[in-house]
Structure formats: C-alpha cells, structure tokens
Design a protein around this ligand. Structure first.
Ligand code: NAP
Length: 499
C-alpha cells in the first residue's frame, strides 16, 4: 500500500467516551479525513457504557475536535460516519448486537468486511474483549480484522505473557498492532533516515567514534489525575519499558537489509537481546530512581508526588529514572547509552544526544585552560521542537587560531511544523494500511520486560528512604548526575533553560 491510498474500514473504538479517544483518536481520524486519507467508505463505532444516542455521540466527537484543533471544516460530514453502541464489554451477549451493527454498516459503507478494533480502555479489559470478538464471530469477515492495543501491555513479563497468550487465541501476531506512540513521532521515525540515508553518519555510528549516547524524555507535568494508575506503574513501567527502550533500539540497530516491517523489527529485536541484563546486586550501579518533592514550575508552587491525589503519602513509586545501558555486540561494546525520564522536571523535552569521541590530538590547544574540548555532538530533537543540531568546532574570528563551537541547525517544525502529523494520526493511518512497522512486536515487548523486571523487583523490595529526592522544577536527583560523572561524562543540557 502507498501513502495516497484511501483505506476502507470500520473502526470500532472501545472506550469511546474516554480521554484518549477524545483528545487523540477523533482529532486524528478527522485530520486523515480532511487530508483525503480516509475513503468516504468508512464508519466509526464507539463503545462505552454510558447511555448516549448516536446523535449525542456525534456532538461529543465534534466538541472534542473543536477543543483540540484550531480550524475545523466538514465536521458535519465527518461526524455523520460515527455510531454509538453502548454496552459493558464484560457482557457477552452485547457482542452479538455489535456484530449485527457492523454487518449493517459494512453494507451501508461498502467497507468490504475490513475491521479495526481499537482498545482505548483500561488494560484489564484487553483480554476479555479480544476473546469475545473472536468467540462471537466479529472477526470472521471477508476483509481484515486488526486489533489495536494501548499501553500498558502487562505489568511485568509474566502478566504480559498471559495477556499475549489470551489475545493470541483470537488474533494472530500480524493482526495485532501494539501502540507505542513514540514510534509515530516524526523525529523518532527520522532516526532511521538520519542514520541510514547519510554517508557522513553511518560509518561513524559505532564504538570507534561514539563515546556515549544520551536519551532524555522529561516532563514538566506531574501525575495530574492519574495517581491511581501511576502508583502501580512508576516511571520504569510507564516510560522505560516501552518508549525509552524503543528509542535505544532504533539508535543502536544494524541497518536492515530492506525497509520492511519484518527486517526492521528483527534488527530492533537483536538490540534488545544484546542489552546487558542488570543483576539485582548491581542495580544501584546502573540505575537511579527519584521521586519529586514540592517545588516551583514557572514560578508557581506545585505539590510533591506524595501529596498528589490518589497517591500513598508514604509512596515508594519512582517518578524519575536514570540508567546506564550497555549493548553487548561488536558495534556498541564499551559505549554507554544513558537514559533518563521523569515527571515535574525543569523542561518538557525529548532529546537524543550522540557524543562523538574526542579527536586524538588537539592542535588548537594553546594553554592549559583550553584543554576543555568541545566534542562533536549530534542532537536529535524529538519534542516539542523537532530537528537536528550538529555541534562542530570552527575558527574563532581574529588573528589567533582558536576554536569556537558552532551549531548547524535543521528545524523540522520551523518550516512545516503545523503540518507535521500527530503520532496518532500516522499510526492510525499505518494500521488502516496494514503497515505494522511502527508498532511493537511481541518479542520486543517481552524482551523489554525481561530487562526492566529485575530492576523493578529490587526497587519494590527496598523502600527508598531518600524519597522524595528531587524538587519539582529540577532535572532530577543528584545521583543521576553522579551516574555519568563516575564515567567521566555529564548530561548535556536539554536547552538554554536548563543551563
Ligand atoms: P479513560 O478516560 O478512563 O476512558 C476509559 C473508557 O472506557 C471510557 O470511555 C469508559 O466509558 C470506558 N469503559 C470503562 N469500563 C467499561 C466497561 N466495562 N465497558 C465498556 N466501556 C467501559 O481512559 P483513557 O485515558 O482514555 O485510556 C484508555 C487506554 O489508553 C488505557 O489503556 C490507557 O493506559 C491508554 N493510554 C491513554 C493515554 C491518554 O493520554 N489518555 C495515553 C497512553 C495510553 P464509560 O465510563 O462510559 O463506560
């Protein structure tokens, strides 16, 4: 399939009245519709418990799009494709009524039996819905049936396995689209292109020329109203097991022999297999955890994590993680990949910094104080700004042969930022077109849990007496800086605000 294709399908959204559906899914479908990427032969069926008519549902969809997007047009036409079917997903008999509705809509919209079942609901329902869809024959059509499943995919390896086995009884691996919305981000997708389409980077992309790689994903927000969920998750499960390890695997993978889903996934899987496991007794040497205290964000006081709604006042949950990852293969032996992610940090940013090794001899060092070299850095800005910056050294103007750092900037969202498609828009379109490249394969999910589980286990068994250990509005606990200092490195500032 190509990018101009207008797929025909019915999209069934379970959790149609929820936050994700309203904030992300409806606006994304609407953008696809307005860009002519959706055929006019499509329908959306919303499922949730609260009793709404299809008319009321359409109004909610229009409202959520108007709230999210600045300019709207064709909303009436778009929303006329939406239908609402209220039921409790644990109620088996209701699936038969949904099946009848889908047959009817198939006929009305000539969707050729193509169905996408999008599970935008709490994970405890994933297995039940998948089983019921199969048992009641909703997946038995002339077209395709695909299951889109949101994170979290399990809580640890055993629970993820159990969930996977359950959904695999109803859907084959190639029908399952596990969402990691980071994989839909423009600049995350760009990692592959920067690496494999530029002769100046790929030959240097190894332990001979790179000293370390740093991946930061920092948020300014706290847990907001998700305290209950976050207490069972923490930053390790919420961010590291999925988004952070996905970015590491894209940075570290070998060039695929072809740009097919199978080849790309297979290279990413090899990276996850080569991650050096952290034994329990070594966790403290490789990983740091943090929890935010009260502090100030944008000159306004904000509460500490333990004072947030639905959070245990003695909580042992981490809101910050920093770690050092080693990849045991020929390309990366000896190169640390540092990752850090957290809530209530100083700046909101997702960035990758590739630090190249120092040149063997500094010809331009005249005095002792010039010793501090400016290493070459390649910075990939993922969000909120999108782009690439290459840090080089050039001659300082004047008589002396002194160097000064210069930056070559490419800003993706400066030129066409407003048109950069949202991650969900791209991922929904990929799913409609049957392209699973930017979704996670079960092997990736399983290997990621295998890596993070021993660390989580140690942290759960040991109460962190230092918590809270960083103030809101900072870049995390001191131990995060020390993690790099002991290797002779430091975190590169995320932007000028942080310096
Ligand atoms: P949410 O706002 O709590 O929405 C849950 C939805 O499920 C509601 O539409 C609710 O509607 C419906 N529901 C609950 N129990 C039901 C039942 N027994 N039968 C039928 N419908 C039921 O949750 P969310 O934030 O949208 O998150 C949905 C999923 O996406 C979760 O897995 C979450 O982890 C994941 N996710 C969310 C975000 C986000 O930004 N929100 C980001 C990443 C991942 P009724 O009350 O009307 O039944």
């Amino acid at each position: 399939m190509n990018n101009t294709e207008q797929p025909k399908a019915i999209v069934v959204i379970f959790g149609a009245t929820g936050d994700l559906a309203n904030r992300k899914l409806y606006p994304s479908l609407y953008k696809l519709f307005n860009k002519d990427k959706l055929s006019k032969d499509f329908a959306v069926v919303g499922v949730a418990r609260r009793p709404l008519s299809s008319e009321e549902f359409r109004q909610n969809v229009k409202d959520s799009i108007n709230e999210t997007l600045k300019k709207t047009q064709n909303l009436e036409e778009f929303s006329s494709h939406f239908y609402y079917h209220p039921f409790d997903v644990t109620n088996r008999s209701s699936y038969l009524e949904l099946k009848d509705l889908l047959y009817e809509l198939d006929h009305t919209y000539k969707t050729e039996g193509n169905r996408i079942f999008y599970l935008a609901m709490a994970p405890e329902f994933f297995g039940t819905i998948a089983s019921q869809l199969k048992e009641e024959g909703l997946t038995n059509t002339d077209g395709y049936s695909r299951l889109v499943i949101e994170k979290p995919f399990g809580h640890d390896l055993p629970s993820a396995k159990q969930l996977n086995e359950q959904i695999r009884q109803a859907f084959t691996e190639d029908q399952i689209y596990r969402i990691d919305h980071y994989l839909g981000k423009e600049m995350v997708q760009n990692i592959e292109v920067i690496r494999f389409a530029n002769a100046i980077f790929e030959p240097l992309w190894n332990n001979r020329f790179i000293s370390n790689i740093q991946v930061t994903s920092s948020e300014v927000l706290g847990v907001e109203d998700r305290g209950r969920y976050y207490e069972t998750s923490g930053a390790m499960r919420d961010m590291v097991q999925n988004h952070m390890l996905q970015m590491v695997s894209l940075l570290a993978m070998e060039p695929p022999i072809r740009l097919t889903t199978e080849e790309i996934r297979s290279e990413k899987i090899k990276v996850l297999r080569a991650l050096r496991p952290i034994p329990e007794h070594d966790v403290k040497n490789f990983f740091v955890r943090g929890q935010y205290d009260a502090g100030e964000i944008n000159d306004k006081p904000v509460p500490g994590y333990r004072n947030e709604n639905s959070v245990d006042p003695q909580s042992n949950t981490e809101t910050f993680v920093a770690g050092k990852l080693l990849i045991d293969n020929f390309r990366w032996a000896g190169v640390p990949f540092y990752i850090r992610t957290g809530k209530r940090m100083k700046v909101k940013s997702t960035k990758i910094v590739v630090q190249f090794k120092d040149i063997p001899m500094n010809l331009y060092m005249k005095k002792e104080e010039d010793k501090v070299q400016n290493p070459n850095l390649l910075v990939i800005h993922i969000q909120p700004d999108e782009g690439i910056t290459l840090h080089l050294n050039a001659k300082k103007s004047g008589q002396n042969m002194q160097t000064t750092p210069v930056k070559l900037d490419f800003c993706n969202n400066c030129t066409d930022g407003f048109n950069t498609p949202e991650a969900y828009e791209k991922l929904i379109y990929d799913c409609l077109r049957g392209d699973a490249t930017n979704f996670t394969h079960w092997d990736e999910v399983g290997l990621s849990w295998s890596f993070t589980d021993p660390i989580s286990k140690v942290w759960e068994q040991q109460i962190e007496t230092d918590f809270p250990n960083y103030h809101a509005g900072t870049m995390g606990p001191k131990a995060s800086d020390e993690l790099l200092e002991k290797d002779g490195y430091h975190w590169w500032p995320i932007n000028d605000l942080e310096q």
